[in-house]
Design a binder for this molecule. Structure first.
Ligand SMILES: [Zn+2]
Length: 363
């Protein structure tokens, strides 16, 4: 990432020019003076199947109106429900992809893995094969309220399916059982742990306030840490301690659904990025965490980069000096004077004006 002035052109949905001065004629021009420009932001953990009751939202409310060009729904739907989701998702302006829940019904109820008859490998594989342009990975939620008495078994089933399907896997962590070390012991390089900096007792910090040795070992062998902020899963002190021990997240995502978007503490991806900026992550490291790293993690070959021939997905944003009260998932409030604000974005060259959800609070 550099701070030079650049001009960029998009033609037929793809980036056709990146440089200092574009000589051609454009049908539409956007003067983004004073804004930063990056490849389109990718939020790799959201919930945007509007027909659900528990965790739902509308793709464009999380996506293009917030400067986010691609959202990945993380396990709202499973083998039985993902086709209905796809029908709605393809109508959105935002690019929408899905991680398929290994439980056939997805998150209709909180305990989708309490009854393992809902996990059928043959049906799952058939659906993955049928919808390989939409399903970019798998999701398994490994916490007390989800798994019932099944212990680590659902994760073992997810790992087996992952190997057969040759797709990346996102693992949600939270309250025990299972114990966090049991989960981390099953994980390989490339597996994505979401809710990595949650403030729960089954989180990554031990009683001594330091990152647990097994979590550090998993990180060092290539397990990826994803924020997945959510209503309950981001804690300033945990994120700060990890940062101080050089355990930085790989990807920044929100776990947005309608309630934590409208009422906080999540609001949007820009606000989540602002929190990490406040922790100490430099902007130059943060932007790849919502562009090239999630693109590489979830297999988007033409996204996450500003290159001729890449998808014409661009995000424009500003770094503004204003006092913002940031709230984590445990109600801790910290004040920053530097906020990342979305200005606009393009999806395949179509331009959208963007704003932060927090602006709604001022009105
Ligand atoms: Zn989630």
């Amino acid at each position: 990432m550099n701070h030079e002035t650049i001009e960029l052109a998009i033609s037929e949905g793809k980036i056709s020019f990146v440089g200092n001065h574009y000589e051609g004629q454009a049908k539409k021009e956007v003067d983004a003076k004073g804004a930063f420009l990056s490849a389109g932001w990718i939020d790799s953990h959201v919930h945007c199947f509007q027909d659900l009751d528990l965790y739902y939202d509308y793709p464009d409310q999380i996506g293009v109106t917030k400067g986010v060009t691609t959202v990945i729904d993380a396990g709202s739907t499973g083998e039985n429900t993902i086709k209905d989701f796809y029908k709605l998702a393809k109508e959105a302006e935002t690019n929408v992809y899905a991680l398929m829940n290994i439980s056939k019904e997805g998150i209709i109820r909180q305990d989708e893995l309490a009854d393992l008859r809902k996990v059928n490998e043959i049906l799952n594989l058939a659906r993955i094969h049928e919808m390989k342009n939409f399903i970019v990975g798998l999701k398994v939620r490994m916490s007390k309220s989800v798994i019932g008495d099944n212990g680590i078994t659902p994760l073992k089933m997810a790992k087996e399916l992952q190997q057969r399907a040759e797709l990346p896997l996102m693992i949600h962590i939270g309250s025990n059982p299972p114990e966090l070390n049991e989960i981390f012991n099953e994980l390989d390089a490339g597996d994505v742990v979401t809710h990595c900096f949650n403030g729960k007792s089954n989180g990554i910090l031990g009683d001594d306030g330091k990152v647990k040795a097994f979590a550090k070992a998993a990180y060092e062998r290539g397990v990826r840490f994803d924020i997945g902020h959510g209503t309950d899963s981001f804690n300033f002190a945990v994120a700060r301690e990890a940062f101080n021990e050089n355990i930085k997240c790989h990807t920044v995502s929100t776990d947005t659904y309608i309630r934590n978007r409208k009422n906080g503490p999540v609001y949007d991806l820009a606000t989540t990025l602002t929190k990490l900026l406040h922790i100490g992550y430099p902007l130059e490291e943060l932007i790849p965490m919502v562009t090239e790293v999630p693109a590489q993690t979830w297999g988007f070959k033409n996204k996450g980069k500003l290159e001729v021939g890449a998808d014409g997905d661009i995000s424009l944003f500003k770094l503004v000096n204003e006092e913002v009260h940031l709230v984590d998932s445990n109600g801790n409030v910290e004040v920053t004077n530097e906020a990342i604000i979305p200005v606009g974005c393009t999806v395949a060259g179509k331009y959208f004006t963007s704003f932060t959800e927090r602006e709604g609070l001022k009105k």
